[in-house]
Ligand binder design. Structure first.
Ligand code: NAP
Length: 269
């Protein structure tokens, strides 16, 4: 099988994806393997059994060419973040691409009524964990002479904050500001900092928001044609697969019925 130019560029790289047990992270893992089968994937999340299933499926689909290391890792735990790299087997530490994807939203509560627990889990997962892991991985990139990719999954919520989403929107605005600062800090290196901001994607995201209430989650996607996790995965792999001097710094991806965080055209409207 001959590889595309993008496949050739990615071939042999080691890619670390957080939140790979579901949705965008999981789809991104498959997309990397399909584009460059000889890639090495470190897949992390809290649900290790699900990750192991994803790993087995990718290994089977790639006929053993893609090597996958599933790692149980809670990005909201600073101790786990601090010891993450040293906990990897030696041959997996030469990470080339970091996809900071793990993230979540809880509820639609208004300020004054948001449970402290919800504030904390969104902040520690979406912001503190992402920053902590980036601090670890950027050292690896510097040690090899300043080379590597950091791809942060933000959201339209970080650009267009909406009522009932104050904390989630603030976390994604933080991802945006952190990424923009980092890109400037790294200007003299070949380390690329890229942000992909999805609009509405149908994943487990809304099920998590509504604490397992599938009917409420399904209502979010009623009468619309949301993006799939694969749509965003294609964009993530595309930006990672550009030539070394091309930095797709910032990408906003909507489904065709969406033009803002709360601007949706529903077929029944
Ligand atoms: P998803 O299907 O719920 O996937 C979220 C992933 O994050 C899961 O693999 C989950 O794994 C992981 N995760 C959550 N908390 C974690 C923690 N503390 N430690 C490690 N992993 C954790 O949702 P998704 O839509 O794919 O979300 C992926 C990213 O896209 C998030 O950053 C989200 O904010 C962003 N995004 C989503 C949408 C959308 O409409 N879906 C839109 C814009 C941006 P475990 O539960 O196994 O830990």
């Amino acid at each position: 099988m001959s590889l595309s130019a993008m496949g050739t560029r990615l071939s042999g790289k080691t890619v670390l994806i957080t939140g790979a047990s579901s949705g965008i992270g999981r789809a991104t893992a498959f997309e990397f393997s399909r584009t460059a089968p000889d890639i090495k994937l470190i897949l992390t999340a809290r649900r290790i059994d699900t990750l192991k299933e994803v790993a087995a499926q990718i290994e089977e689909e790639s006929k053993g060419r893609t090597k996958v290391l599933p790692v149980k890792f809670d990005v909201s735990d600073p101790k786990e973040v601090a010891s993450f790299v040293e906990g990897l087997p030696e041959e997996w530490r030469a990470i080339d691409v970091l996809v900071n994807n793990a993230g979540l939203v809880k509820g639609l509560d208004k300020v004054g009524e948001i449970a402290e627990e919800d504030v904390n889990i969104m902040m520690t997962t979406n912001v503190i964990g992402l920053i902590g892991l980036t601090q670890q991985i950027v050292k690896i990139f510097h040690a090899r002479g300043g080379k590597g990719d950091i791809i942060n999954i933000g959201s339209i919520a970080g650009r267009d904050p909406y009522a009932g989403g104050s904390i989630y929107c603030a976390t994604k605005a933080a991802v945006r500001a952190f990424s923009d600062s980092l890109r400037k800090e790294l200007i003299a290196t070949k380390i690329r900092v890229m942000v992909v901001d999805p609009g509405q994607v149908e994943t487990e995201f809304s099920v998590v928001r509504f604490r397992g209430d599938k009917a409420k989650a399904d209502a979010v996607y009623a009468d619309v044609d949301p993006l799939t996790a694969e749509d965003i995965a294609e964009v993530v792999v595309f930006v990672a697969g550009r030539k070394e001097n091309v930095v797709v710094a910032d990408t906003l991806v909507f489904p065709s019925h969406q033009a803002g965080a709360g601007v949706m055209h529903r077929k029944s409207a």
